[in-house]
Design a protein around this ligand. Structure first.
Ligand code: HEM
Length: 478
């Protein structure tokens, strides 16, 4: 399966520090069109394309986008090396910079090296367990409001409902009480961000400077969002400030305190506020959409979770749901079956070895939870939604796999499951998101049972894994 490489390429590769008698050729992959490479297959159905790459060409498979050499990496051991063991030999690279640079600037998602490390240290207290638990009441309250808008027998679009829910939770966690006056500016910006990165449109592959109407609206709304954040920062500075980032009540407070300490400058502050909005809104909304959709197809699993959460006198708290194994498994399995982030990227900063191939500096590596989570090598019947695979019996009690020896039942490499990425750059909002998804699911299931009206769900690779059509569920009051 190995192709020959030009002499110059081979020389460059054998200079690599990792020379261990390994294959020196490029990984195998499909032929692409001149200039365009494989962009037509990607634009047509990126998820199916990545899956085909993995199934037909193996754990490291080559493709080409407008002349940029790219590899899909679907071997969990290679993924672990990239994200964990050798993480300092990789950067997120040019692709995310080109697509997201103007949006996220030098915020946590895109920054690299020392700048990234300083930011991550400065904001991490906002994601400690106690702080996340403090957001629990707001997560439950917004789920209750969602449930209150439904009546027995209604058919609801789970994606629309979950988007509204996740927006309310994140906007409040980000801006606290300030959100009341700024809701529309923030909502419009969040909506435009989602629309701008809709990769089911060929236009989204065009260079950033091409002014489509979607892009003009997006830039206008983004400018309004940044201006609003600057105003709110000025107001906070005029009031009482927390003495350190750990004492702030919301994410903006953490960022302002970090700026006061000199850990980030004012541009980075605004970049990070936008970053949290981008990274934490659509992802969580999709996680909840897929959890509800999957559960709607498994009535007996809904009952099992109902038994766990109906035992509480009131809607559960963040601490209580830690002891709900079926609920936890239901969310984890939905994030396996439909990972909201279908893929993300890395580039080596020096020649590296992966899966027996020499990878030159600058190659775009696509790491795709979507592909790996559906690989039969690691998952029995990957297409079926089976929360049971995360549960095990220990001394007559059901526990979630995380509670005992490993992430799941069975022999499976750790990076066969990575909905939140991994290593030092794993999702900083992971605990927030998992708690939010479990509290929302618990609060909704205490009031309603869900049935599927949309029988078969098709998804598309936008910036995230989006449903191609409305996700219609019928709600039955309990
Ligand atoms: C189900 C919901 C979520 C999923 C599936 C998800 C997934 C991910 C993934 C895969 C990455 C790694 C990207 C990479 O390595 O290139 C990531 C990074 C990140 N996520 Fe999340 N995320 C979710 C929710 C959130 C939330 C709620 C927030 C914020 C409140 C958030 C903020 C971030 C940030 C700031 C990063 C960049 C971290 C860094 O580079 O240090 N995410 N997320």
């Amino acid at each position: 399966m190995t192709e020959t490489v030009p002499d110059g390429e081979r020389d460059r590769q054998t200079e690599s520090p990792d020379d261990g008698g390994l294959t020196t050729g490029k990984p195998p992959g499909p032929d692409g069109l001149p200039v365009l490479g494989n962009v037509h297959s990607l634009a047509d159905d990126a998820l199916a394309f990545y899956e085909r790459q993995s199934a037909e060409y193996g754990g490291v498979a080559r493709y080409d986008v407008f002349g940029t050499e790219s590899y899909v990496v679907s071997d969990p051991a290679a993924i672990e090396r990239i994200l964990v063991d050798d993480h300092d030999r990789y950067v997120k690279g040019q692709m995310p910079q080109e697509q997201l640079g103007r949006l996220l600037g030098e915020g946590l998602f895109l920054s690299e090296g020392e700048q990234w490390r300083e930011q991550r240290t400065a904001v991490r207290s906002a994601f400690f367990r106690e702080r996340i638990e403090a957001y629990g009441d707001s997560m439950v309250e917004h789920a209750r409001a969602t449930a209150d808008s439904w009546n027995d027998g209604d058919v609801v679009d789970a994606h629309t409902a979950a988007t509204g829910y996740a927006f309310s939770v994140l906007a409040e966690s980000l801006l606290g009480d300030d959100i009341d006056d700024e809701r529309e500016t923030v909502r419009a910006a969040a909506e435009s961000i989602t629309e701008r990165f809709d990769t089911s449109r060929l236009g989204s592959f065009l260079p950033e400077w091409v002014p489509t109407p979607t892009r003009r609206r997006y830039h206008r709304r983004l400018d309004a969002l940044r201006a609003t954040i600057r105003d709110l920062v000025a107001e906070r500075r005029a009031g009482d400030l927390p003495s350190n980032p750990g004492e702030a009540d919301d994410l903006l407070g953490t960022l302002v305190a970090a700026a006061e300490m000199g850990a980030i400058d004012d541009e980075e502050l605004v970049d990070n506020a936008v970053t949290f909005l981008f990274a934490g809104h659509e992802t969580s909304a999709l996680g909840l959409t897929y959890t509800l959709y999957c559960l709607a197809g498994r009535p007996e699993m809904q009952e099992r979770i109902y038994e766990e959460v109906a035992a509480f006198d009131d809607d559960p708290t963040a601490a209580q749901i830690r002891d709900c194994p079926a609920l936890t498994a239901a969310v984890d399995e939905a994030l396996r079956r439909y990972p909201p982030v279908h893929s993300f990227f890395r580039e080596p900063t020096e020649p590296v070895e992966l899966g027996g191939y020499r990878v030159p500096e600058g190659v775009v590596l696509t790491l795709s939870p979507w592909t790996v989570h559906r690989d039969e090598q690691w998952w029995d019947e990957p297409e079926s939604y089976r929360p049971e695979r995360w549960l095990r019996e220990v001394d007559g009690e059901t526990v979630h796999g995380d509670d005992t020896a490993g992430p799941a039942v069975g022999e499976r490499p750790e990076y066969a499951y990575f909905p939140f990425g991994g290593g030092p750059r794993h999702c900083i909002g992971m605990r927030f998101a998992r708690q939010e998804l479990r509290l929302a699911t618990a609060t909704l299931l205490r009031r309603f049972a869900f049935e599927r009206e949309t029988e078969s769900l098709s998804v598309q690779a936008s910036a995230n894994t989006r449903p191609a059509e409305p996700v219609r569920l019928r709600v039955r009051a309990r």
